[in-house]
Write a new protein. Structure first.
Length: 448
């Protein structure tokens, strides 16, 4: 059992002090101070999660087992061979009572990065998730969480550039997970879903089998993953010139035979001898965005991923979701870039036009035109073009028109509904500030 006396599960009650100085937010029996007299308002069975895992294991004989990519060291690869992992079916990975789905509202914010250093792959998946039909109808041959002809069996298509052909990858749905405490919901060790959709973990597993193991996905170039998911062989990379920070060298991705090995996902780039300046690059990327091309970007780093004070991560890949040039009521226009960090958390750009910046309050017309509501904890954000061009060092584009339907910036709610809700909350906040100001006998700060 787990004991909670707070009105919200997960909050620690002062009446339930654990003997440890660092009390957990949920108290297990051996940690609770049973001499206290708490008002226990919520007692629930977390062992239901254990029951769920046992039920899945009992039903294992009816599920498909992929003997070509089995649970164990060979499938995770050398880099993770010593990890104590347990391979679980999707039904064991969701909080008790949550119905899992293969697809729900496919969008760029579905994917969260795990222990595997495959931000390059997950950034590409998030970019393709802008076009939900492509994932659900082109990549996934299997259309249901019940699997294909056998429960637990999934067929996923990936493009093999070496043979210039689509290849069907068959996997089961056993996902490598961290060993958990008895009161915890299991957590996938690699990619994980941000909600109830399970396609991100299955798509990553298909890539791992396609490559030979999860270890072979530790490093790579997003453009290679974009090619594998789109079939586009006309991919271009804009590299910041090492000689002139205002110029971007135009390079082509070599997709011929030996240039695209499955166990190495780096991109072999061929220089064109041409370059564009920063303004011309924005124009080219804006046209690519309007043509429904998928894009990603990255910033060079010295080895490991390094967090910068401005919220950008060096040595890291991002989804390039959109570019917009928005007219201001005061005259002129602002050039903006929408990015997503595959970490999917609050570590975001904190400069001009970041989610918490004053620009959104100063220019509500921009928010209205973009139908975007800032959310500082989802990894999705805007930044101004000049800052982007000064920080990022590479942009990758697949020159192939994707299906026309695009995902919303945020969750499945209508952008108009989200915007109206945001405006109401801002108005409510303003009324509260005015009330406090009146009570204190002072004048509130003017509304921007």
């Amino acid at each position: 059992w787990v004991i909670s006396s707070a009105s919200e599960v997960g909050a620690t009650s002062p009446a339930l002090d654990a003997t440890s100085a660092a009390a957990p937010s949920l108290l297990s029996p051996e940690e609770a101070d049973w001499t206290a007299s708490p008002d226990v308002s919520d007692v629930y069975r977390v062992v239901a999660g254990e029951d769920r895992i046992r039920a899945v294991e009992d039903d294992e004989e009816a599920k498909f087992v992929d003997t070509a990519f089995p649970p164990g060291a060979a499938s995770v690869g050398k880099a993770f061979a010593t990890q104590d992992l347990k391979w679980l079916r999707p039904s064991a990975l969701l909080p008790h009572g949550e119905p899992g789905r293969l697809f729900n509202k496919i969008s760029p914010d579905d994917i969260l990065q795990g222990a595997l250093g495959d931000c390059w792959l997950l950034a590409a998946i998030a970019a393709v998730a802008e076009f939900p039909d492509h994932i659900s109808r082109k990549l996934f041959v299997t259309q249901s969480l019940d699997g294909d002809d056998v429960p637990g069996k999934y067929r996923i298509q990936l493009f093999d550039a070496a043979s210039s052909a689509w290849e069907e990858v068959v996997i089961d749905d056993r996902i490598p997970c961290l060993q958990k405490e008895w009161f915890e919901t299991p957590k996938p060790f690699f990619a994980r879903n941000n909600g109830v959709e399970l396609y991100p973990m299955l798509l990553e597993k298909a890539f791992a089998k396609f490559a030979g193991s999860y270890t072979f996905l530790k490093a790579g170039s997003s453009v290679r993953a974009l090619i594998a998911m789109t079939g586009c062989t006309d991919a271009v990379v804009y590299d910041l010139s090492p000689y002139d920070e205002e110029l971007w060298d135009i390079k082509r991705v070599d997709t011929s035979g030996g240039s695209v090995p499955r166990h190495n996902w780096d991109a072999n780039l061929i220089g064109s001898g041409n370059a564009v300046d920063t303004d011309a690059l924005f124009t080219a990327l804006l046209e690519a965005d309007e043509s429904n091309y998928v894009m990603a970007c990255s910033i060079d780093g010295a080895g490991r991923e390094t967090k910068r004070p401005d919220g950008i991560v060096e040595g890291h890949a991002y989804s390039l979701i959109s570019l917009r040039e928005v007219q201001l009521d005061s005259g002129g226009a602002v050039k903006l870039v929408c990015l997503r960090n595959p970490w999917g958390n609050s570590f975001e750009w904190n400069g001009a036009w970041s989610d918490e910046s004053a620009e959104w309050r100063d220019h509500p017309e921009v928010m209205a035109q973009l139908q975007y509501v800032p959310n500082s904890s989802d990894g999705l954000y805007f930044m101004d073009w000049s800052s982007f061009a000064a920080i990022f060092t590479q942009v990758q584009v697949c020159n192939m028109r994707m299906p026309t339907k695009r995902a919303a910036f945020t969750d499945g709610l209508s952008p108009v509904v989200r915007l109206a809700t945001h405006m109401r909350l801002e108005q409510k906040k303003r009324f509260a500030e005015e009330k406090l100001a009146d009570e204190a006998g002072r004048t509130p700060a003017p509304t921007p």
